[in-house]
Design a protein around this ligand. Structure first.
Ligand SMILES: Cc1ncc(COP(=O)(O)O)c(C=O)c1O
Length: 424
């Protein structure tokens, strides 16, 4: 098999057919370290945050060792290196989401800040009493609470697009819920609980038909499916670096150029201005208008390295691997007698399997499987309204990424079987 060089200096198998998670795994130093003294780390919590490959860690170190200065400030060579690394990262992000221009890429601290930027900068100028904002019933709190707050401030009304019994969006109800009052439709591309992959383009078409804008929460989809803002035809799209193998503290807000152009700033401060007098200021061009103060430069540079890393492996190959592993995990977890939430097939969902074992609280479960080195999440997953819809206070959740293998799923299932023994 021919192997291709990866950005981390390691080698990984190319193409969907040849993708080898065992080889990929070697790029991630964390897997070299056992947990609980001698247990192999079985990391099944990538929907919360992904592990970091050596390529990303080394890129951040190289930035600090050879390029560290403030971006867009120093005119000395080191400052220019920092600015170049930062702006190169913007171009990488623009290519990654297929944006027509890097001017559409605003750096933020992550998905939550990206969405709040839209809430403040766009929302306050464009949403008024009597208007409506539509969210779906499966949104993460980060794509729900900001809209509750905006509606509270403005007198607008928040509406909800329901899901069906399988955890799929009721797009058949879009016609009645998207009206001439709708200003914004907020939709998660992939649910962090159900794994559901939503038909964003269909939602966008319905919104645009009434002149509303569309915001896509791509926190889960950008790392696992890749995103194409032109194909999705969205006006805003948000994602976080840390879920796609990048550092914490960096993320992106993509905004349609014409929409960003018309938006007032978010935060006030350094570098977002054009000229300042003692009583007023004029503002910089986009995207700098939205990047006040010293940004997380090293983290942004690390985010670009992460994007290079996953795109070199191939988003199609990553998706194919995760689909196969998810199908395996759905069967394996179901064999324990667990109730699984979300769509029945791996075609309709990403690598997220939320479940409950009868009579076992998910927190107890997560604590027990941790003894075996298995990391899963337990709780409401920042989606309490969805938990209510499912009729449970919490679930356990195993989430997979490019470095997970069938061995990881087998380890989870073996541990679940043992846990069942504890409670029988
Ligand atoms: C679907 C979804 N949206 C938003 C977020 C928030 O991301 P962050 O905490 O990186 O801002 C998450 C994080 O779990 C998520 O899964």
């Amino acid at each position: 098999m021919q192997l291709s060089e990866q950005p981390g200096g390691r080698r990984a198998a190319p193409g969907p057919g040849g993708f080898d998670p065992e080889v990929v795994r070697k790029d991630f130093p964390v897997f070299e370290h056992p947990v609980h003294e001698d247990k192999r780390l079985v990391y099944l919590d990538s929907a919360a945050t992904a592990q970091k490959p050596r390529a990303v860690i080394e890129r951040v170190v190289r930035f600090y060792e050879t390029e560290n200065a403030n971006a867009h400030r120093g005119i000395y060579e080191l400052g220019e290196r920092a600015t170049k690394a930062y702006e190169d990262a913007r171009e990488t992000c623009a290519r990654f989401v297929n944006a027509a221009t890097p001017r559409s890429i605003v750096f933020t601290r992550g998905t939550t800040e990206s969405i709040n930027l839209v809430r403040y900068a766009w929302g306050r100028a464009n949403v008024h009493e009597g208007d409506e904002i539509l969210v779906t019933e499966m949104e993460h709190h980060s794509n729900l609470v900001p809209w509750q707050m905006l509606c509270g401030e403005t007198g607008a009304t928040l509406r909800h697009l329901p899901i069906d019994e399988r955890g799929l969006l009721r797009t058949d109800l879009l016609d009645g819920l998207v009206t001439e009052r709708t200003r914004l439709v907020c939709v998660s591309h992939m649910s962090n609980v159900l794994g559901t992959i939503n038909p964003v383009r269909e939602v966008a078409d319905a919104a645009h038909a009434v002149g509303a804008l569309v915001l896509v929460d791509a926190a889960q989809s950008a790392p696992h499916l890749g995103v194409d803002v032109a194909a999705l035809d969205c006006d805003f799209l948000a994602f976080s670096a840390h879920k796609l193998c990048g550092p914490t503290g960096a993320g992106v807000l993509y905004g349609r150029e014409s929409v960003l152009e018309d938006m007032p700033p978010f935060h006030g401060g350094g570098e977002m201005i054009r000229e300042v007098w003692s009583d007023r200021a004029t503002y910089n061009e986009i995207p700098y208008r939205f990047e006040a103060g010293t940004m997380n430069i090293a983290q942004v540079v690390g985010m670009a390295a992460a994007i290079d890393y996953i795109t070199a492996l191939g988003l199609d190959a990553i998706r194919a691997h995760e689909r196969e592993l998810t199908a395996y995990a759905l069967d394996a977890v179901a064999s324990t007698g667990a109730e699984i939430y979300g769509p029945p097939t791996a075609e309709q969902r990403g690598g997220v399997v939320a479940f409950n074992l009868p009579e076992v609280h998910p927190h107890d479960l997560a604590t027990i499987v941790d003894e075996d080195g298995v990391c899963i999440r337990a709780g409401h997953h920042c989606a309490q309204p969805l938990m209510r819809r499912l009729g449970v206070p919490a679930t356990a959740r195993a989430s997979m990424y490019l470095y997970n293998t069938r061995d990881d799923v087998d380890a989870l299932v073996a541990s679940l079987e043992q846990a069942k023994g504890w409670f029988s």
